[in-house]
Design a protein around this ligand. Structure first.
Ligand code: AGP
Length: 624
């Protein structure tokens, strides 16, 4: 989704903005642009002091950088930049941000959607305004400029304009006649302020400015922030003063770099043992009981919970499916798992005895956010499982379990997913503790098993060379199937999603028991099928899975079995065996998913695709 950067200080704004945009590239985008206020020291474009200089290009940031190298921008210490993921209007130079007002005095960049832009545009056109793009954003540029030309300063202009806009948005704007400030606003869209010495920053997230400052300011909804060299001033849209929440950024720059790997995704897969360990840190009180990050629900309220609905999208949804197995088994509470995009449209039955659990790595997924808002409007309590501190979903929830995976840059979720699984297990155990459905020593026992998982994930990572060989062997195939049962079924779905996202291949995951109800018709000579074999602890499942493998192999499939150590029962019916460490059946997804992640990453690499930024996808999907 769009990346936004703003800067005012003493450095070259061009350098700060372009570097910030590069740090935000992981969000996914299809064009990039920059606007600066010329300070009159130099310039190859005939720019004069107090004039805007704008350049914007479709495609990757490199296109913009080349354009700037060919025709340099003027010296400037105040600027804004943007990487756009197209919504209104295709990914063209003209639709790229920044957009400027009628006289070219105000430039604005925007993330989100202005829902009432068509009416506003029609009314501006009736007043003689002409538009250069198909975007909703340009309307905001014209409205802002009309206010400043009418005498308002940019802060007041932003307050006024935001008050008439409907939808979700982050804006960052500059006024050519006031280089001392950059003004931004947010409603249901991400924005963070960075506070340096004699300089200030704006970003879609802290990655935009983390190399310059670690002091940051988080805004609430419907607020305007004005940054100057001296700091930041926050108001509500109605102009009343407000205060942001200051925080120190713990993530260091190295954590947002690739550590010498070809892809962030590969680095993030390899970071999973650490991520799982971090997500388990500090969960037990000195007395041995479990506690969660931000629990604004008391135990009495949780004891009243009779039903849980988990809502999420994509990979997070598959983590939710695993959570269902754990919560129902350990807590005996019925759990529904629902796609966030479908949830509020089916008139779900919700009341104050329903706990809604929203799982989101980014904390900004619009479908999930709207779903939790609907749940809260029906008096249900919402607990968020999220990786992004200060993002909107946890802020709007009654309780939060942060997954503590650190920044996940690759668009395909990996360490985000395994830490979501850990958080789901923790939630299940916490509910079991509160509801008394497990004894303290049983909970301790599972915690001990969980604490062994970082080592188990490290062990399964040792299969990487074998998995990479397989990716090379199967690089010419156009279709793959994935079979699982019980907690292995969502893992099959996740393995298939990874291949679709990264290698653009037809890949489907199935519950192995469903084979004979249709999918077996897909099986033909040479079709590779990944089979996630349940641990022996559930022998009836294990044996049924073995029968499934035999059925597909008899029809010519190439079977790749993920099997726990010491289990040689499927060796004779498998073309390839990949050994998983021995773990309890409910925790098996934590290890079984790893070879599937490695396989997708390597296969996409073999095919020459951009693993970190797959086509058509964005890291954070902030529109419905
Ligand atoms: C994961 O690999 C995907 N790119 C995608 O399915 C993702 O999990 C989904 O968009 C949900 O994102 P969230 O966890 O940030 O809410």
């Amino acid at each position: 989704m769009c990346g936004i950067v703003g800067y005012v200080g003493d450095r070259s704004a061009q350098g700060v903005v372009i570097d910030g945009l590069r740090r935000l590239e992981y969000r996914g985008y299809d064009s990039a642009g920059i606007a600066l206020i010329a300070d009159g020291r130099s310039g190859a474009r005939g720019d004069q002091q107090g004039k805007l200089a704008v350049d914007k290009r479709a495609g990757k940031l490199a296109n913009l950088e080349k354009a700037i190298a060919d025709t340099p921008l003027p010296a400037s210490t105040t600027g804004i930049g943007h990487t756009r993921w197209a919504t209104h209007g295709g990914p063209t130079d003209g639709n790229a941000h920044p957009h400027v007002g009628r006289t070219g005095r105000v430039a604005v960049v925007h993330n989100g959607i202005i829902e009432n832009f068509a009416e506003l545009r029609a009314s501006l056109e009736a007043d003689g305004h002409e538009f250069a793009s198909q975007t909703d954003t340009e309307v905001a540029a014209h409205l802002l400029e009309r206010e400043v030309v009418g005498g308002a300063d940019l802060t007041i202009a932003m307050q006024k304009v935001c008050s008439v806009l409907e939808g979700a948005f982050t804006f960052v704007a500059i006024d050519a006649e006031d280089p001392s400030r950059v003004v931004a606003a947010r409603r249901n869209s991400p924005l963070v302020v960075g506070l340096g010495e004699g300089e200030s920053f704006l970003g879609s997230d802290v990655a935009a400015f983390i190399e310059h400052t670690r002091e940051a300011l988080e805004l609430d909804q419907d607020q305007v922030v004005t940054i100057t060299r001296e700091g930041a001033t926050v108001t509500n849209f109605d102009g009343t003063p407000a205060e942001g929440r200051r925080f120190h950024v713990d993530w260091d720059l190295a954590a947002a770099e690739k550590d010498g790997h070809d892809w962030f995704m590969r680095k993030e897969i390899l970071e999973q043992p650490r991520a799982v360990a971090d997500s388990l840190l500090g969960r037990r009180t000195p007395s041995g009981s479990l506690h969660l990050d931000e629990m604004r629900l008391d135990d009495d309220e949780l004891r009243e919970v009779t039903k849980i609905i988990i809502i999420a999208a994509g990979t997070s949804f598959y983590a939710g499916m695993v959570a269902k197995y754990a919560i129902e088994h350990w807590c005996r509470i019925s759990v529904e798992v629902e796609l966030a995009s479908e949830f509020r449209y089916r008139d779900p039955i919700l009341d104050n005895s329903t706990l809604v659990v929203a799982i989101s790595q980014s904390g900004e997924t619009a479908d999930t956010l709207q779903a939790i808002r609907h749940a809260r409007s029906q008096r249900s309590k919402v607990l968020a499982i999220c990786n992004t501190n200060g993002s909107t979903i946890p802020r709007e929830s009654d309780a939060v379990i942060y997954t503590h995976a650190g920044p996940e840059i690759g668009v395909a979720s990996t360490k985000g997913y395994v830490t979501q699984l850990v958080a789901c297990y923790l939630l299940a155990l916490y509910l079991a503790q509160v509801k008394g459905t497990m004894y303290g020593d049983e909970i301790d026992g599972v915690m001990t098993q969980l604490e062994a998982m970082p080592a188990a994930v490290s062990k399964v990572l040792e299969t990487a060379p074998q998995v990479y060989d397989l990716a090379r062997e199967y690089a010419d195939r156009r279709a793959f199937l994935f079979l699982g049962r019980h907690a292995g079924y969502p893992v099959a779905l996740e393995g298939a999603l990874k291949l679709k996202e990264l290698a653009y291949l037809h890949a489907e995951g199935f519950a192995a028991g469903e084979l004979k109800h249709g999918p077996i018709a897909l099986v033909e000579e040479g079709l590779p099928i990944w089979c996630i074999v349940p641990p022996r602890g559930r022998d009836f499942l294990h044996d049924k899975m073995r029968s499934g493998i035999m059925e597909v192999r008899a029809r010519g499939a190439r079977t790749i079995a993920l099997v726990e150590e010491g289990d040689d029962s499927v060796d004779s019916v498998s073309d390839t065996i990949i050994r998983l460490p021995k773990v309890p059946v409910l925790l098996q997804p934590l290890v079984a998913v790893v070879p599937l992640q490695l396989f997708a990453c390597q296969l996409a690499t073999e095919l020459g695709y951009d693993v970190d930024q797959p086509r058509n996808l964005a890291k954070s999907v902030t529109v419905e």
